[in-house]
Structures are given as C-alpha cells and as structure tokens.
Design a protein around this ligand. Structure first.
Ligand code: BGC
Length: 533
C-alpha cells in the first residue's frame, strides 16, 4: 500500500477523535511512509491474549495509604534520590485510587488481559514477620473482580522490583537465602487470596535486569557495586549478582513448586518467569563477535531461564565464572527443572555485542561477570536502530522474530508470552502535550514488532499473548516521569488520562482487523521505508 493510502486509512481509524485533534493527528500522520503490508488481529490464533501491562511501584502511588509500609523504592527515592530530577513513585498515577477509571480505559481498548504486579509492601508490610494487610487484599480483589466483570483476564506478577524495606534492613533481601522463605510466603498469600480467579502468574519480573542494576552497577536499590562498575559504598559486582540471582531463582522455584503441587490442580492456572530479552547481534561478522553474541544470550537471557527450564545454569556461564557461580543441590535441581509453564519475554530492542576475550574493551567488558563482552548501540557510527527515549533501547523490529526463534530452539518451543514490548519517544521534555498524544512513532513501533512476531509464529513459535508496555505513562525508574511509554498520556499535575493516537490504534487493531504495517520490518535495518542505521 502506498503511504497516501495508509494516511487515509489511519485517518479513518482515528476519526472518532474530536475534530481539532483529528486534524492535528492527520497532520502528524501525513509524515508517515508505509510500504505494502497489513497486520490484523486475525493473523494471531484464536485465544491469543492481547493486553497492556504496568507494575505496582510505577503506577500505584498511595505509598503509605491503608497500611502499606515503605518499600525499597520508597526509601531509595526519599534518601539518595532515585531519578535525577527528584521524581518518585509516591503518587505515580494514583492507580491505587483510580483503578476503576483505569479499568474503564482497558475496557475502551478492548484488551483481553491486564498484566499488573503486586506491591509486596502493601500485602505484607513486614514480610513474613507481620500480618497480611487486609486493605491490600481488598484492593487487589477489587481490581481482579472488576477486570473479570469486563471480560479482562488478570495476569499477575508477584514481584516487579519492589519489596518491603524491612527485608532489606533485617537481612539484606536477595543476598540472603531467608528471602526465599519470604517470597514463598508472599506467593502463598497471593495464590490463596486470588488464585481462584487469576489464571496467569509470573513469579518474578526480569531477575536478569533487576540484578544487573541493583548488584552489578548499583543504580537500583540496594545500590551495591564495586569498581569498575560503579562507586558504591558496599558491594561486590563480580560475586553478589550471582548470589542474589541464585536466591531469586530458588525463590521462584519454591513458589512454582508450591503452585504446581498445592494450587494448580484445583485452580488450573499457569505460572511462568519473565526475562528481559535483548536480541544480541554480533558487532562484526567475525567468529569472535558471533560467539560473543551467543555468550551474551547465555549470560543474560539464559541466566534465569536455563535454571527455570533445565534446573542448571548455562554451560557458558560455568566455563567463565567457575566456582563463583553457585550450584543447585540435587533436591533444588529437581524442583527448578521444568518449574515454568511458560516463558515471559520482555523484548524492546536489539543491541550489538563485541567480543572482549581477544580485543580491547572497556573495564567492565573485560570482566567474567559480563561474559567478557560489551554491548553497544552503534557500529562505525551507525546506530543499530532508531533511537528511543532510553539510550539503551533502539527500534529494531526484526529483533522480535529473531529472539523468539532463538528461545524456541533453546527451550523446545515452550509456550511463550510477550509480557512487555513498548516504545518511548526521545527528547520528550521540549514537546507539548498534543505532540506527545500524537504518537505516530509508537504505532509504527507496535505494528512493525507485531508483524515480526507474527512471522515467528507462522514459522511455528508457540506464543500465546502480547502485552503493550504500558497502559499508562508512569514512573520510569531512574528516568522519573520524563520517559513516557503509555498508550494513555498522564498529566502530571491533574493525573488526567488522555488517550494517545496509539490507544485509538490499539482499539481499532483489536476490534476492526484493519491496520496497515510495514512488511520490511523483519527484513533489515529499514523502518517504514527509511534506513535507520
Ligand atoms: C521493566 C519495566 C520498565 C520497562 C521500560 C522493563 O524492563 O520491566 O518496569 O518500565 O522495561 O524501561
């Protein structure tokens, strides 16, 4: 289809907006160049879940309301300052008090499922050392019941970066095996309280990314690291990430075992683990860089997934890390093995990988904990893909098909969900609201990534769902509120939600089967007719 026809079609799709905004939208859409391709909801199998995702600290706010205690993020943000500009999640999107309004937004979109996470400090303000907070149970019950009333399936992550500060202060949270007991207790409370209605569980979101930031680079709480990774007061970047991951994985495994034995037989749901999954591409065609790309997969994606599927750490990690890499006992292996019913894939970007075993690299690339490799976004001055609002994420739609295919091969086509995929536009500060709402680039992003996903599924990948990150603009960790991923714009003063063009696109995609995209997405570094490297 020619770009002019695309313009007309997209104009038709958004014609439900007010006339002033539709002319504004029209003006923006005129800039689009599209080639001939279509993606429709019907390209995905019946029962495939289309959804949107959030996480507790990023949207809930109400940081001390109704018995919630301080979480690690509350304390981190209030003491050292989490985002450079002083933003924090005290109020966030006030989803705690506005969840009914937000469920209406989901209903408008027509999504099948909503992925959200449980605030541990809300449910168990003192971990297993205190009582369950009844107000928190009521809150999550209200969300779950009202989703179900609208025909939206709850997809619940038990832990997404936030935990009660008490567990940090008492025994050092994930560095201590005690944390396994606390997580198991939290999981049990969740299965007992919500499992009659929740049929999709994720134990932990992105252990690989969380641990890398919290214990290797020390930029997330508890801010632990050592030289050359950062300048923290305490920590050991070469060893602690491995210890913290081990406890996290065992916590996952124990919770999954409990679910499989005690709850799944009667409740009939599924449980999985979510990994942050870059597509790693070799920087050059050399054998060493190609090996580095494989190693990068092992040290990042397979680090949590191999134990959850096979009960063992990847061989490549064992080779480079030796005895620093913990072992699973026979008993642990037996419950880790096959501990997930599905793999959750958070995919945003591809990244180049450079070998450091045989060429000069930065001080961090030269370390075993990094797999002796470096990840970089550009090669000879050319970016791997168009820039986004986060400097380490680039638009490379072919990466979706490629990473899914690698995961299919390694894990024998275990069922998968794309638990996050999303776009934040660069340089948002200078932009006005109407520019932010007119998010044509976000539509291009999702359509091209969906086309790439559909391609892997046509080749046989067993993918069961796709969640847009995110439903709402929300608190983006170290970036505060400057980076916006939402289908809905959230005004920081009034917290009013305004549908972006992408919300209207998603609604139409889900209901009309008539969205146009660019087939070249999975062919190379071309996006909508333009070279992007
Ligand atoms: C995390 C989200 C985060 C998103 C965008 C994912 O890795 O799970 O919490 O907002 O990336 O940075």
């Amino acid at each position: 289809m020619k770009s002019s026809s695309f313009t007309i079609l997209l104009f038709f799709l958004v014609s439900s907006s007010s006339s002033s905004s539709s002319s504004l939208l029209q003006a923006s859409i005129n800039g689009l160049k599209h080639e001939d391709a279509h993606i429709k909801r019907s390209d995905f199998p019946p029962g495939f879940l289309f959804g949107a995702a959030t996480s507790s600290y990023q949207v809930e706010g109400a940081y001390l309301q109704d018995g919630k205690s301080l979480s690690n993020w509350d304390v981190f943000c209030h003491s050292t300052g989490c985002a450079e500009n002083g933003d924090n999640g005290d109020i966030a999107d006030d989803h705690y008090n506005r969840f009914m309004e937000d469920i209406e937004l989901m209903d408008y979109l027509g999504i099948d499922s909503y992925r959200f996470s449980i605030s541990w400090a809300r449910i168990l303000p003192r971990g297993r050392f205190g009582e369950v907070n009844p107000a928190a149970i009521i809150f999550y019950n209200n969300i779950i019941d009202n989703l179900i009333l609208k025909g939206i399936k709850p997809f619940v992550t038990i832990n997404h970066n936030d935990l009660p500060q008490e567990l940090e202060d008492r025994y050092g949270s994930w560095l201590n095996p005690e944390m396994q007991e606390d997580f198991l207790y939290l999981a049990e409370v969740c299965f007992k309280s919500f499992g009659d209605r929740v049929k999709y569980w994720v134990t932990i979101n992105e252990p690989n990314m969380y641990i890398y930031l919290a214990y290797e680079f020390g930029t997330f709480p508890p801010s632990r690291c050592s030289e050359p990774f950062g300048n923290c007061v305490n920590g050991n970047s070469d060893v602690e990430p491995l210890v913290a991951m081990h406890n996290m994985l065992l916590a996952h495994g124990r919770a999954a075992k409990l679910y499989h034995q005690e709850f799944q037989p009667t409740q009939g749901g599924l449980i999985g683990l979510v990994a942050h999954c870059y597509m790693f591409e070799p920087l050059t065609d050399s054998e060493l860089d190609r090996e580095a790309a494989k190693r990068a997969f092992a040290f990042n994606v397979a680090w949590p997934l191999d134990p959850a599927v096979f009960g063992e750490y990847p061989e490549e990690m064992r080779k480079y890390l030796g005895s620093n890499l913990p072992n699973f006992s026979l008993e642990e292996k037996s419950f880790m093995n096959n501990s997930i019913d599905f793999i959750g894939i958070n995919h945003y970007s591809a990244i180049y990988t450079k070998d450091c075993t045989n060429s000069s690299c930065s001080a961090t690339g030269n370390r075993a904990i990094q797999g002796f490799l470096e990840m970089i976004g550009e090669c000879d001055g050319r970016l791997i893909g168009e820039r986004t609002g986060l400097e380490y994420l680039f638009v490379v739609p072919r990466g979706m098909e490629e990473i899914v295919n690698i995961i299919v091969t390694r894990y024998h086509n275990k069922p998968m969900f794309i638990t996050e995929n999303g776009y934040s536009s660069p340089d948002l500060q200078e932009q006005r609201v109407n520019e932010l709402v007119n998010d044509v680039k976000r539509i291009e992003f999702h359509t091209s990534y969906l086309a790439s996903l559909a391609k892997s599924m046509r080749e046989g990948a067993d993918v069961r769902g796709y969640f847009v990150w995110s439903l709402l603009d929300s608190y983006e960790w170290l970036e505060g509120y400057n980076v916006r991923f939402g289908l809905y714009y959230v005004d920081r003063q009034t917290l009013t939600r305004i549908p972006k063009l992408s919300a209207k696109w998603y609604k139409n995609f889900l209901t009309n089967n008539s969205v146009v995209i660019d087939k070249s997405a999975s062919r190379g570094n071309r996006l909508f007719g333009k070279d992007v490297i």
